[in-house]
Ligand binder design. Structure first.
Ligand SMILES: [Zn+2]
Length: 79
């Protein structure tokens, strides 16, 4: 009897993976720092300024920093 391959994907993670952006970081800061989270996935520390757009993408790790209450803040939608 063959067993189905076991997956350890949590429902929350599977749900998050369906969103396009790798990671969305909502912040109050206008200037944001990113180092990829450190460790093996890290990258040199870089600073970004959101400017007037209310968001900025990290050129190293594709994280997206979003201004809290800005146009791309998911928590601000429907409020
Ligand atoms: Zn980064």
């Amino acid at each position: 009897m063959a067993e189905a391959p076991k997956t350890t994907v949590h429902p929350e993670k599977a749900r998050a993976a369906m969103f396009a952006a790798p990671e969305l970081i909502v912040t109050d800061q206008h200037r944001v720092m990113c180092d990829g989270g450190g460790g093996a996935l890290g990258h040199p520390r870089v600073w970004y300024d959101m400017g007037d757009e209310g968001f900025v993408d990290c050129g190293y790790c594709d994280r997206r920093f979003v201004a809290r209450g800005g146009p791309l803040d998911p928590g601000a939608a429907g409020g």
